[in-house]
Ligand binder design. Structure first.
Ligand code: C2E
Ligand code: CA
Ligand code: CA
Ligand code: CA
Length: 279
């Protein structure tokens, strides 16, 4: 496969493995999409709650199909996970995101970080560390500016293997964020076992704030836990001022959501950084 560090994924089609039981036509279109470079990356700001300054961006993949329009990741990521295309798409996203961060920093004139979603299959792939090292070397970005978002499930499939990978990531100074924290089935024991830096509170616990006492209790408990474990917290899916205020008052340092910035193409993210500069 041939890849570029550019803004679009342009690669030759890899071999498929097995017959998936989902949407065959969408799957066929995906291989075509890879060849045609229809995948792109959007970036959503992650801001400091009290100042609302941009600290980093989460990379979110998009598929712009010529006739279907924007195909949401919830439709194509599971297919890519099943047929293995996620390894190729994920490697491209990681490299392109690192290259993009360098450009963002030329605008921001201060250090930022980039957060990239890593799927379970990608995380378990033999080549994953090579892919990571290549992205860092190619972009010239420091590992400390990279956050890899994984879910509890990814860690639990094979904890022994997960631990060895996480240790190697820590050697590269890359940070690990637990995505959708609290929505999985795992115990909290893994927070002790694995070198984790960030918890991302799922939108499910944020969307009914500040009115829902149960969600309030859950967010408070996560913030308290994080504080005592020395972890940072990002609240996801923040859409209202009231939600931001609630979280800020309880010491949630980082906010991500439509209120402070929707996922956007790189050029719009750079415009947002410029505004940030003169704010
Ligand atoms: P996620 O990692 O939990 O990403 C957050 C999702 O919440 C994104 O949906 C984002 O657009 C959405 N979001 C952010 N702020 C708000 C808000 O204020 N309100 C609401 N209603 N939604 C908000 P998106 O971009 O559709 O991605 C969905 C999922 O697809 C992601 O969930 C992630 O699991 C997966 N995904 C996206 N890009 C990638 C990728 O490059 N690699 C992998 N492996 N998975 C990806
Ligand atoms: Ca994520
Ligand atoms: Ca999430
Ligand atoms: Ca989610």
């Amino acid at each position: 496969a041939k890849e570029t560090g550019k803004a679009r994924c342009l690669v030759y089609s890899p071999r498929t493995s097995g017959a998936p039981e989902h949407d065959i036509s969408l799957e066929a279109a995906m291989f075509q999409a890879v060849r045609e470079g229809e995948f792109l990356l959007y970036y959503q700001p992650i801001v400091d709650a009290p100042t609302r300054r941009i600290q980093g961006f989460e990379t979110l993949m998009r598929w712009k199909h010529p006739t279907l329009g924007m195909v949401p990741p919830v439709r194509f990521i599971p297919i890519a996970e099943t047929n293995g295309l996620i390894n190729l798409l994920g490697a491209w996203a990681l490299k392109a995101a690192c290259v993009q961060l360098k450009q963002f920093e030329e605008v921001s004139k201060r250090p930022l970080y980039i957060s990239v979603n890593i799927s379970p299959r990608q995380f378990r792939n033999d080549k994953f560390l090579e892919v990571l090292d290549h992205a860092l070397a190619f972009s010239g970005m420091n590992g400390s500016q990279l956050v890899l978002e994984i879910t509890e499930g990814t860690l639990m499939i094979d904890p022994v293997h997960a631990e060895s990978i996480l240790v190697k990531m820590a050697e590269r100074q890359a940070r690990i964020a637990i995505d959708d924290f609290g929505t999985g089935y795992s115990s909290l024991a893994y927070l002790k076992r694995f070198p984790i830096s960030v918890l991302k509170i799922d939108r499910a616990f944020v969307k009914d704030l500040p009115d829902s006492p149960k969600d309030g209790a859950i967010c408070n408990a996560v913030l308290d836990l994080a504080k005592h474990l020395g972890l940072s917290v990002v609240a996801e899916g923040v859409e209202t001022e009231a939600q931001l205020d609630y979280l800020d008052q309880r010491g949630c340092q980082y906010i991500q959501g439509y209120l402070t910035g929707k996922p956007m193409p790189a050029h719009a993210a750079m415009a947002a950084l410029k505004e940030d500069l003169y704010a």
